[in-house]
Design a binder for this molecule. Structure first.
Ligand SMILES: [Zn+2]
Length: 280
């Protein structure tokens, strides 16, 4: 039940992971978003290509129509085709004009609304609070079992609203395959042992548990104000790992709906699933 007892023991492994992915996102997205800018509107137009890591002038040329890397080099005054750099803006001349974009008033257009697709049937009405202050938390909550998504959103948001404490979900769903892979680490696979549990023995494996930490001044604070936070979590039905007798696991909250992990694993093995999650 405990994420220290049967989950990941070494908390630092979470955090090296999440800060790396954050940095990667910040580094990559601006490039992805603006790889090709339209330069002018006519039947033939020049496009701008922003060089990404690993690209060569020849591989760039192959992405466009009827153009060689020599022509691109010439158009950009590049003497040595090998001498390009990540982030460089390169003009790609004489490209067919891109099709006109659909008008914004397109009647088929509907704004994305995550709140209608999550937990809609459980009556907990989280339509207005399906986002938290934190995109990592949002993403992790959306992967939880649909029966606890809204409760998790409500919990994080109420703590922030009442106490100005910013909580982050640092671990939510960990699939049974992921748990098994983790279990083999230090046993049949290289590395050190980080878990005592095979897949299926943690509520995290069913999307029914979260581990939280406070983010204060952009730093992770593990020892947050439990006296304030825990009553709110319990109001939404969470059990707290800090109440356990054997392995106190303060960052851990779960909702079991009265099922043991053994019972949940039986459901999983029988294929008693809805949308890939155990049917409860
Ligand atoms: Zn946990």
């Amino acid at each position: 039940m405990s994420c220290f007892a049967d989950g990941i023991k070494d908390i630092s492994t979470f955090f090296s992971g999440f800060s790396a992915s954050k940095n990667r996102e910040e580094a990559v997205n601006p490039i992805l978003d603006s790889t090709i800018d339209t330069m002018q509107a006519s039947s033939l137009e020049s496009l701008t290509h922003i060089v990404r890591e690993g690209e060569k002038l020849s591989s760039i040329a192959s992405k466009y129509k009827d153009i060689t890397y020599q022509e691109i080099a010439q158009a950009n005054g590049i003497g040595d085709p090998n001498n390009i750099y990540v982030g460089q803006r390169i003009t790609i001349p004489n490209q067919p004009a891109s099709p006109a974009k659909p008008p914004k008033t397109d009647p088929s257009f509907k704004p994305a609304d995550d709140s209608t697709s999550i937990g809609g049937s459980n009556g907990s009405g989280c339509k207005k609070c399906s986002q938290t202050w934190d995109k990592f938390t949002n993403r992790r909550i959306k992967k939880l079992h649909s029966k606890i998504r809204c409760k998790a959103f409500d919990f994080i948001n109420e703590v922030e609203r009442k106490f100005y404490i910013k909580l982050r979900v640092v671990q939510g769903l960990r699939t049974i395959d992921e748990q098994n892979a983790l279990y083999e680490q230090g046993r049949s696979k290289p590395g050190r042992i980080v878990t005592q549990a095979r897949g299926g023995r943690s509520y995290h494996n069913y999307g029914l548990a979260i581990d939280i930490a406070e983010i204060r001044n952009r730093k992770v604070v593990w020892n947050t104000d439990w006296d304030k936070i825990v009553p709110i979590a319990k109001k939404y039905g969470f059990e707290w790992g800090g109440d356990w007798q054997k392995f106190k696991d303060k960052p851990h909250f779960e909702i079991t709906f009265g099922y043991s992990t053994k019972q949940l694993f039986e459901k999983y093995k029988k294929g008693d699933l809805i949308d890939g999650y155990v049917n409860i």
